[in-house]
Design a protein around this ligand. Sequence first.
Ligand SMILES: [Zn+2]
Length: 251
Amino acid sequence: MNWEYYHQLRPDQLEAMIKEKPVAFWPLGLIEHHGWHLPIGFDGLKAEKLCIRIAEKTGGVILPTMWWGALGGHSEFKWTHYQNPTTCADILTTTVAQLISFGFRIIVLMAGHYPWQSILEQQLESLKSAYPHIDFWGGTEISICESEVKIDGDHAGKEETSYGLAMFPEFVDLSALRDGRDQTVWPKNLAPPLEDQHHRVVYDPNNPMFAQMGEPANLATTDHGNRSLQKVVNYLADQIRHQLSENTTTL
Ligand SMILES: [Zn+2]
């Protein structure tokens, strides 16, 4: 199926895409520490690769990944960039309104970073009532199919690492999960005070599972990742294809 990156298309190509497949996917990522074995852009990479898997079955365009997000339990970690949530929400709603005014009818907001969920929940409600003729899908890989598909999530642990192994193994290095690191891993060489530590995140730099939340990453497998992701891909692709066929009959 034909899908394209939005920013690589020319205006005539975009008009043709809108006529045939008015579907826009927007991967919502974030930059933050994802353990020693995963890239700091893990959430955006995960969201984008998942959008590609779906778009391969439905067609449509994929917007440039939104790398700037907000909220989460890793604000004290080096390499984490959290922005103002209101700023992120503004960019989200402004861009979605523009896409709709240009003719997109199906909007998929695929968040890789789980705290995007609360921003999406707040904004989607008003977007849905402002644009009742638009089909919206919004959430993380674990929530976007609502109760129809159940898969697990974590932070840089068994689940996310399995997704990484399944979708971009070239950026994953399990051998980096080793002990022997010290407090110099922190900005200012100092761990955050206990009261600022998220109770489910590993803060000990000497622990190979540093920064993770959930089951340990060394239990991850490519097969496990693919099995879970396939459920999301199949379900969403079916739904989008169904909506596209209804759009064609009502246009
Ligand atoms: Zn993540």
